[in-house]
Design a binder for this molecule. Structure first.
Ligand code: GTP
Ligand code: MG
Length: 403
């Protein structure tokens, strides 16, 4: 008969998600297999990394410990971290111990040698041979959580603007709508695909959209909005109409306006916002480009960008450059999240894009949007939130410079 875990389905899924979308395979269960170290060792040898879960029925407590460095020490399985013994299980006595630091991190108050009612050991599949995996995931999760706290409590620095508007502008298929979906997903805690995404020679996005960002499913709306537009195309009469751009920047274009590539909005349109306030206008423009197609941009497209930039500058609007589809984002950041605050000068593609569009390298960011995934990934979440935070900071600089 198959040995099954005492974890509920949702507990197992949350644990898998927390460890970076791995899968868990049950190797050892104390109530089914023999309760001694040799039986445990036999089932778990060569199966690292593993997760050990102990259950205590008296307190209904479940504690999971991910083992990075384990040794069999007399009758105990001992987990070490930086050479220090942090956790141990004594299967023969059905007891466990942990050091003070782990106890305080987990907020539990058991004495050394406390009894458990069940102990399960799982093999963690999906980590591969990456020895830095655990530190990368835990580092990214910590950083993601602190960015989430910062953005959840974010307030624009000036009283007269209640929310910051960021407009995404870029060629057809560059990943504008996917970035919006990615940001929404991180705040929702699950993948959402509200903005329509796809690939075609002409733009998939045909309406001007002003997307609010909600904090969690039933949470409040956050004080920033992401504005999605039709993609730019090198041909005239295809893609976003250039004459629409000043109206968008000024805040005259209503949400859900049906864009027409050959006819711009006019003040006669029934929903035209004739007297937009500072709150309605765009505070930061993000030029969105696919990092892999920078060298393929036609001179006509570059000329369109230059024209747009003049317009953006004439409205004193802040701008950043967002390079999408960067599959090596993890390598760019080298697992070291402090790198993200520094200009990424070593990346020649990024330098080229920054020069071509004349956006300073410190306002040029790379991201890998969520596309076909099923689950969120803390490393991706961190990059997405980092980019959003920088956009807000650039927008704030715009306010500081207002007369
Ligand atoms: N691999 C990868 N694919 C991406 C990324 N961002 C977007 N895509 C894919 O690129 C295609 C276009 O993405 P969209 O988000 O629709 O692009 P868009 O800029 O909104 O396009 P239009 O609305 O047509 O102008 C889709 O197939 C996406 O799945 C990314 O970061 N990495
Ligand atoms: Mg789109």
């Amino acid at each position: 008969m198959a040995v099954v875990t005492r974890l509920t389905w949702s507990e197992e899924k949350s644990l898998e998600k927390m460890l970076g979308n791995v899968s868990l395979r049950l190797l050892y269960k104390s109530s089914v297999h023999e309760s001694d170290i040799h039986s445990m060792n036999e089932k778990c040898t060569h199966q690292r990394p593993t997760v050990t879960i102990i259950y205590n029925d008296v307190t209904a407590m479940k504690t999971a410990v991910l083992e990075t460095e384990t040794k069999i020490n007399s009758e105990r399985l001992v987990c070490y971290s930086s050479g220090q013994e942090v956790f141990s299980v004594h299967p023969g006595e059905s007891s466990f111990s942990m050091n003070d630091s782990l106890r305080s991190t987990l907020c539990i108050h058991f004495r050394s040698g406390s009894k458990y009612s069940e102990c399960e050991v799982f093999h963690v599949e999906g980590i591969g041979d990456d020895i830095n995996y655990i530190s990368k995931i835990t580092g990214a999760t910590k950083h993601r959580n602190s960015l989430l706290v910062e953005l959840r409590t974010y307030k624009p620095c000036v009283d007269f603007v209640s929310e910051i508007r960021i407009l995404l502008l870029g060629p057809v298929g560059s990943g504008k709508s996917s970035f919006i979906n990615s940001v929404k997903s991180v705040f929702q805690g699950r993948l959402t695909r509200q903005a329509t995404v796809g690939s075609d020679v002409t733009s998939i996005t045909e309406q001007y959209r002003i997307y609010p960002i909600k904090d969690g499913r039933h949470g409040k709306y956050l004080p920033f909005r992401l504005c999605d537009s039709m993609g730019l195309h090198e041909k005239e009469g295809v893609g976003l109409c250039m004459d629409d751009i000043p109206y968008i920047l000024k805040g005259c274009m209503p949400d859900r306006y049906q864009l027409n590539p050959s006819r711009p909005i006019t003040p006669n349109h029934p929903n035209f916002i004739a007297s937009p306030s500072l709150k309605d206008r765009i505070h930061c423009v993000a030029y969105v480009l696919d990092i892999n197609s920078i060298n393929d941009l036609s001179s006509k497209m570059v000329a369109k960008f230059q024209q747009i930039q003049k317009e953006v500058l004439s409205y004193d609007t802040a701008c950043v450059l967002l390079l999408t589809k960067a599959t090596n984002c993890g390598e760019i950041f080298q697992g070291n999240f402090s790198n993200m605050d520094k200009p990424m000068t070593s990346q020649s593609q990024i330098m080229d894009a920054s020069k071509m569009l004349n956006v300073p390298i410190y306002n040029t960011f790379v991201v890998e949007n969520y596309t076909s995934e099923w689950e969120l990934d803390p490393v991706k979440d961190t990059q997405i939130l980092f980019v959003l935070r920088q956009m807000l900071r650039v927008a704030e600089d715009f306010f500081e410079d207002l007369p």
